[in-house]
Design a protein around this ligand. Structure first.
Ligand code: HEM
Length: 187
């Protein structure tokens, strides 16, 4: 693998980030739970890969460790890859969480930036979608089904902000599970 590569819109992510402005909105049987949180996310370049001798991706591995402000416990742990296909302007995020849920979300990036010049990335996945989908355990499918995942991210100038929405069919209703935070690069 070649390590000195052009990571396109992912280049700004490389490094270690911390943020303590997180807010999680999660489902409870009788309503909603709001959890203020802090977290560390590390993005590590892993080089390039070639698929079917014709598609070349560059990839970052990431690890996201999220702790509740109220008791410092890790209450969300997530890992996966961000991938960039320069030939088709496609961004992909694969993620797995230790609930028995995996997602492969995708989107396109054509140079989009916010008013501060930060790179803007949006990826989406839907259960049953042929392109960008969700895989989950039988228990989760039957009791806490993830139907859709969207992730909006802005990165640049040493700052990273994101907001994620996961639609979960749980406790006989569709719940809009939301997470958002603002982080700064610490390494
Ligand atoms: C910062 C990110 C996230 C945090 C802090 C977080 C936190 C939580 C919390 C506190 C719950 C409630 C657990 C309980 O019932 O006690 C929950 C439920 C759930 N989360 Fe997340 N979550 C995050 C991201 C995600 C993502 C990215 C997915 C999937 C794409 C996801 C899927 C689920 C599902 C399916 C449930 C329902 C399980 C249940 O409540 O019993 N979460 N999450």
């Amino acid at each position: 693998m070649n390590q000195s590569l052009d990571y396109g819109p992912l280049a700004e992510l490389i490094g270690t980030w911390r943020g303590d402005k997180g807010m999680d909105i999660a489902p409870e049987p009788d309503g909603t739970e709001e959890n203020p949180y802090y977290e560390t996310i590390t993005f590590t370049p892993v080089g390039d890969v070639t698929n079917a001798e014709s598609q070349t991706l560059v990839a970052l591995h990431y690890l996201q460790v999220v702790q509740r402000k109220s008791n410092d416990q890790v209450f969300h742990h997530q890992t996966g890859y961000w991938m960039w296909d320069a030939a088709s302007n496609t961004v992909m995020q694969s993620l797995t969480i230790p609930r028995g849920v995996c997602v492969l979300a995708g989107g396109s990036w054509n140079g989009e930036r916010d008013e501060e010049g930060r790179v803007k990335i949006e990826v989406i996945a839907r259960l049953g979608d042929e392109d960008w989908g969700v895989v989950q355990s039988p228990f989760m499918r039957d009791n806490a089904r993830t139907g859709e995942f969207t992730h909006h991210l802005r990165v640049g100038n040493g700052r990273l902000s994101y907001s994620e929405t996961t639609w979960v069919d749980i406790y006989d209703r569709l719940f809009e599970h939301k997470d958002a935070n603002e982080l700064v690069r610490v390494d």
